[in-house]
Design a protein around this ligand. Sequence first.
Ligand SMILES: C[S@@+](CC[C@H](N)C(=O)[O-])C[C@H]1O[C@@H](n2cnc3c(N)ncnc32)[C@H](O)[C@@H]1O
Length: 259
Amino acid sequence: MDMRNHDLKEDIREYWSKRSQTFDLAFGHRIPPGPELDAWAAAMRDALGARPLKVLELACGTGEVTNVLLSLGHEVTALDFSEAMLAVARRKHAGNDRVRFILADAERTMEPDETYDAVVCRHLVWTLTEPEQAFAEWFRLLKPGGRLLVFDGDWSKPTPLGRLASIAVAALEQIIGHDPHYDGAMSERHATIMERLPFGDGLTVERLLPLIEEAGFENIELPSRRPIAAAQRRNADLRNRLRTFFYRRFFLVCSRPSG
Ligand SMILES: C[S@@+](CC[C@H](N)C(=O)[O-])C[C@H]1O[C@@H](n2cnc3c(N)ncnc32)[C@H](O)[C@@H]1O
């Protein structure tokens, strides 16, 4: 398909809107109570401390990370540019007065300067259309000393171990059948978007670090994601356990200088 006349951001929004009703069924998206929620909560508590904060969650999707933040007592503004995704998140958190949902672009939020103690996003950075603009925006929104937490990965190609795991999954699926909800399910649409994204050929820590530093962030850390992956594996079937090895993922924490 010739996509030259399509606006990239519109295509991204449409892609996620179409996935909103089944997003939570795809492995790795939902964070169920128990070991997984505990592992995510521990990672965020370690990065943010125990005190309740004013947090901006970017690209909240169906509100799974929102749930982790709320479980830690934070006051959350959760943002997404897909009304369909937000509708799912709103339903999930109906009646919770510590969360406010807004329809906005994460790259140009229109939120006031120096408003938040923390900005958090999972699986957004790889799909940014203007990363430099986005990081400058997130710096602007943080109070001095505020923290940015980025959970993401390189979805452009599997790791060497991931390639073996994907061969094993393909063999397994000959027997047990295809998973209609897995991320590859809309892979043709996904591919036409990927090829136009700045990080379409891979989002790695090595590519991200200079951009984060240029935006003015400091104290950059890369805490281990292993406890999260281990918790995911505990309740997963064989196919999904193998999937946790496909891609290189990372967790990056940094802060806006305090003064
Ligand atoms: C892979 S999903 C991740 C959802 C959620 N963060 C999670 O981890 O469960 C990507 C989400 O990013 C949203 N998104 C992508 N680009 C965005 C942008 N520029 N502004 C706001 N939301 C965006 C999509 O609508 C979608 O809900």
